[in-house]
Write a protein that binds this ligand. Structure first.
Ligand code: 5GP
Ligand code: ZN
Length: 110
């Protein structure tokens, strides 16, 4: 989608230093990390948010990538977050999973 920053990262119009990539998914470090490890995992196809997912293969591809990334990076303890909608904190309307790790994470989140 034109004007979507994550679509531009997915098609390499914007550089991102990917930590994982296959034909369906790309993962890269968050620009404004909230933990020592903060990775975003996105589908290459544009989908605004979790509520818009109509093909559950997308979620399988994303969580398969999460597993691969944490195994590759020897991360045993981590949090995955999917913000959905403005009041949840979603700021980029292209579906993404946050992987947060490397510090004690508080619960409940703010
Ligand atoms: P959300 O708040 O929508 O759940 O998460 C969006 C995330 O994308 C934020 O953590 C923000 O720091 C990150 N972000 C926004 N723009 C860019 C960018 O251009 N590059 C990277 N690597 N991360 C971005
Ligand atoms: Zn997009």
């Amino acid at each position: 989608m034109q004007d979507c920053i994550f679509c531009k990262i997915a098609n390499h119009t914007l550089p991102s230093n990917p930590v994982f990539e296959n034909d369906k998914v790309i993962a890269f470090y968050d620009l404004n990390p909230q933990a020592p490890v903060h990775i975003l995992v996105i589908p290459k196809i544009h989908c605004p948010s979790l509520i818009d997912v109509s093909d559950n293969n997308i979620m399988k591809d994303l969580f398969d990538a999460v597993q691969t990334i944490v195994k590759e990076q020897n991360i045993s303890d981590f949090r995955t977050v999917i913000n959905t909608g403005k009041s949840s904190g979603q700021t980029v309307f292209h579906l993404h999973i946050h992987i947060l790790a490397g510090r004690n994470l508080l619960w409940p989140p703010g």
